[in-house]
Ligand binder design. Structure first.
Ligand code: GN1
Ligand code: MG
Length: 333
């Protein structure tokens, strides 16, 4: 990426803008993200992963509807939507710019207990404010995004397509997944029987921006906003906050879901929104099922040759799958 290219992208948005510098941000496993300094302030620049989001305009329409609803209801957190709700094509990629939220940062794992309650209150408020929103107005940005059977089918294909070395390296994890895969089918049934809501679908801890007092300032990464169940969001919160070593840790024997953190997530979230009986009863199960689903997703990508998630080494996705499986094993429900 050259400065002149960044300049060209920005000139679609602002007249007389001059780019001073830009730096790639390494967090996020899907899109390409940069922080850009201009003569008109700082911005976030992103190239959307078109393999994951073949038609980004579907997601953009969802973001537009939900940000309008949240503004109307005075959501007290930033919800940074793409500037001018406009995506531009350049150099075979689709780009957008987003506001840069000063004096905040994201974390890949919990480093302070205040982060747990803060993020859980933020999501609780999101659910409370959007309770009456007609979720059927939103499109399915990624069909079957948290469907257990869908990922189990993909795992079958992955197994079939994998090169011999990868299949052998994954054997122990594959066998363990086979023993528990019925839980993902159980998860799908539960979703069927539960209310449809507006769901963020990516509530992992690094999708919240914190200030230096560990207060949540913004909820980011809005590409997967779509109709779904509360289990997807609470499940991903449990998956990522209770794992204090983070999903990238390879100290598998130290991975242990922190029970106190899980209790705190549920308590703070439910302070803000009242859920139905079936939802209340299954929040912990959601954490367990979403963790297993994430393990299956990393494992499948390993077998397919790393086509979905960004990786830094050949074993990266398998290590992530092992991390998630260790977390899953340690979870009670
Ligand atoms: C991806 O984009 P990012 O890194 O916030 C993924 C999530 C996974 C997560 C695992 C669209 O999120 O579903 O839970 O990685 N997003 C998509 O870390 O697949
Ligand atoms: Mg993200």
């Amino acid at each position: 990426m050259e400065l002149i290219q960044v300049q060209q992208i920005f000139s679609n948005y602002y007249e007389g803008v001059d780019i001073n510098s830009f730096n790639r941000v390494s967090t996020g496993l899907i899109n390409e993200t940069f922080v850009v300094e201009t003569n008109q302030g700082k911005y976030i620049l992103q190239a959307i992963n078109q393999h994951v989001f073949p038609d980004p305009n579907i997601g953009l329409a969802n973001i537009k509807l939900i940000s309008a609803a949240l503004i109307e209801k005075n959501f007290k957190y930033y919800f940074p939507a793409p500037i001018q709700f406009k995506y531009v094509h350049h150099f075979n990629k689709i780009w957008r710019i987003l506001p840069f939220i000063e004096n905040t940062r994201s974390y890949d794992q919990i480093i302070d207990v205040r982060m747990v309650s803060e993020a859980s209150w933020c999501m609780g408020e999101f659910y409370q404010l959007l309770e009456g929103f007609p979720a059927e107005k939103l499109s399915q940005t990624i069909p079957n995004f948290h469907n257990g059977a869908h990922y189990l089918n993909k795992l079958v294909i992955g197994r079939d397509k994998a090169i011999k070395q990868r299949k052998e390296a994954a054997e122990i994890v594959l066998n363990k997944v086979d023993e528990v895969s019925h839980l993902l089918i159980q998860f799908d049934q539960l979703v069927e029987e539960s209310p449809t809501r507006v769901v963020h679908f990516d509530t992992k801890i690094n999708n919240f921006l914190f200030d230096d007092k560990m207060k949540v300032k913004a909820l980011i990464d809005l590409d997967t906003l779509m109709p779904g169940s509360v289990y997807s969001d609470i499940g991903d919160m449990i998956r990522t906050y209770s794992n204090v070593h983070g999903e990238e840790s390879t100290s598998f024997d130290q991975i242990q879901a922190n029970e106190k953190i899980i209790a705190e997530i549920i308590q703070c979230f439910c302070q803000k929104v009242s859920l139905s009986q079936i939802e209340n009863k299954n929040l912990r199960f959601a954490g367990k099922a979403i963790t297993l689903m994430q393990s299956v997703r990393f494992l499948t990508d390993f077998l397919m040759g790393d086509i979905y998630y960004k990786t830094n080494s050949p074993m990266h996705n398998l290590d992530r799958a092992k991390n998630q499986l260790a977390l899953f094993d340690s979870m009670k429900w």
